[in-house]
Design a protein around this ligand. Sequence first.
Ligand code: CTP
Ligand code: CA
Length: 227
Amino acid sequence: GALGAGTGPLAGRRALVTSGPTHEPIDPVRFIANRSSGKQGHAIASALAALGAEVTLVSGPVTLPDPPGVTTVHVESAEAMLAACRAALPVDVAVCAAAVADWRVADAADQKRKKQPGQDTMALTLTQNPDILATLSRPGEGRPMLVVGFAAETERVIEQAREKRDRKGCDWILANDVSATSGTFGGDANTVHLITADGEDAWPVLSKAEVGQRLAARIAETLGGEA
Ligand code: CTP
Ligand code: CA
């Protein structure tokens, strides 16, 4: 693995993490993007590697350095992110922390789109992107033992995250309260609840690094080392 002979509670385990935004091309010089720094996903990848897992990080465009001890695959679009995730399988655990664009431009142009004289408006037709988390969660041969997603919500946080967990078919959801009242919006700290089949766990306000460490520890408890 990337760390050589991994030691720690996740030694021998393989992990996949998605991180960052995706960029969906409009033409060769323009794109639609999501706001995401990639900090949380990268922190999770680092924390899993620190516990001995062999980690593949599939990252959209970010300004962060590649985390040491992790195999980082760089992609731009949601479709490329899904392809890179499939290529990283099989894994024991997958964590989808990327802010994937829900839509891509249906007919991305090969050449730069030029304004026409007198043109005041321009319409783009968008097509829904593949849902990477739902795809990885689909039951069947090769499904990771544990699939974890995120849900950033501003209201009815737990309830909506639980619905999202059911809809996507993942095992755990980290519900991120991004409402103004949580006091952490836009900051480096995260207010999260871990939603599982059994219930939910309210975590204290933590840094993104601490969220990564706590999640990795919980994953280690659940999976243990290679059987
Ligand atoms: N996700 C994904 N692929 C997509 C969209 C979302 O893997 N095309 C993952 C995200 O990485 C996250 C989870 O799904 O782990 C929830 O993303 P979110 O945008 O909150 O959910 P959506 O199903 O897209 O619902 P919404 O309409 O609220 O955006
Ligand atoms: Ca979305």
